[in-house]
Design a binder for this molecule. Sequence first.
Ligand code: ACM
Ligand code: ZN
Length: 568
Amino acid sequence: MKRITFLLSLAVLAAACAKPQPQAFHVIPMPADVTLSDGAFCVKGAEVKIDPALDEASQKAVGRFVNALETATGKPVKSGDGGFLFSLNPNLAAEQYAIHVTPEGATVEASALNGFVYACETLKQMLPAAIYGDKPVKADWVLPCVEILDQPRFGYRGMHLDVSRHFWSVDEVKRYLDVMSVYKLNRLHWHLTDDQGWRVEIKAYPKLTEISAWRNGTVIKKDWGSNDGIRYGGFYTQEQLKEVVAYAAERGITVIPEIDLPGHMVAALAAYPELGCTGGPYEVWTRWGVAKDILCAGNDQVFTFLETVLTELMDIFPSEYIHVGGDECFGGDAEPGRPDPWDVCPKCAARMKALGIKKGPAAKHFLQNYVTARVQDFLNGHGRKIIGWDEILQGDLAEGATVMSWRGVQGGIEAASKGFDAIMTPNGYCYFDFYQTQERDKEPFGIGGDLPLAKVYSYEPFEGIAAGAEDHILGVQANLWTEYITTPEHLEYMLLPRMCALSEVQWCAADKKDYARFDASLDHTFEMLDAMGMNYSLDCRGLIGLDRQPARTPEEMEEYLSKKDWGW
Ligand code: ACM
Ligand code: ZN
């Protein structure tokens, strides 16, 4: 009897890998060069060998892949020559990797952490989606025989997160990073401060977390005339911020912090009113929109404040770039008829006079240039570079700044033509707080605008860029502002699968993009996201809203998918 049981178990084991079927090739973003061939490599119980020349971070990344394999297949992975070989190939670029799978095993080569991270993600996406889960699953645990050589189109592949309008816990930010890493994004632009809440601990200015991190209410639904009167807020300690930076770095992601200045500063002014033109009092904002009150450009205390904040920030964030905001400093919408403070402030007027700025409508822009340049000088002196929203181009931007084009593509086009580097985040293609369909009554709140998945996918970052200026386009980013997003479920709904489409804009050469192929890969991606426990929109399958109501007939769906003009 024992012998029969033993033979049966052997038969079951053999069956586990007998003629298993690899997944169809559904990797997103599509790798640059892929040659599939017949046959498959059974990974269940395969051994793993890691070249000791890999640095510690790369070994750890491979270790995470091995753990996922063990968990999902339910079979321990031993080290040895019988399967995977991860080896260092210094001839590859830092974000490049090569994978070669035969029936006998898989060889993975890269030269640095990011290459290994991306190779592991590609391997995972070629396996059953359960590899992204946390329990053993019976499946065809095989990789297709394939040869892959892959590298990204753009070096900057960003996703932004607004934690001021609504606050997201460290664990939620880590989940965001997890899913970014699956799709090979490499920059988190962390919008840490705004009128409605300051979220970063600054030891020299304790009132930023005692006062500025909290507001006395939040707009109810979309009624700007209301607020719920409930105290809301939160902040990250410096230890927590460092923890996120380290977590991201292990996944090949650099965190770029943003201190939005000189506008979007009402929360800070509430704690330190002497930094505003009028001296206040100010309250942490309980409404959305653009505030009139901004930092006073004529007050040197403001620069002491900014330099102190940025010094502490640089200690937390080792990124080459610090984002200094610069958007929407003028024309605030909350108090019609009130002039912009810089137009009437004696200290600002004195500064303009001292700088020789001529009176007139452009004067404010030149004064903003002064603020930006002074902060830029300070950061450059500490080996950092600045990124700013495209308003920093108005007037006379100092050399070396990088422009983030958000009010359409024009800022990026102009920046590149003037010799500035640019990152493209045009709102018409990259604002993930926009609705995903025109059936707004069926969707959770968006800020407005329409940004369906296919429109994100259709974005071509070089369009309009002057010939020869393409190298100034460092990459592409999508932004997720959170005025109307209050739960992780809603946040993920806005993010996914639009971020998957974004990843192909960022990663794939223009001639490798193919919406039909991408769309056919989405079912596998949805299974992966299910395994990760992530929420996502199923609008591209005609199911709308958080509760995924059927909203389109097959004919309407066909018309929708054949849409070429995304002008809405
Ligand atoms: C922005 O969306 N205000 C940069
Ligand atoms: Zn002033």
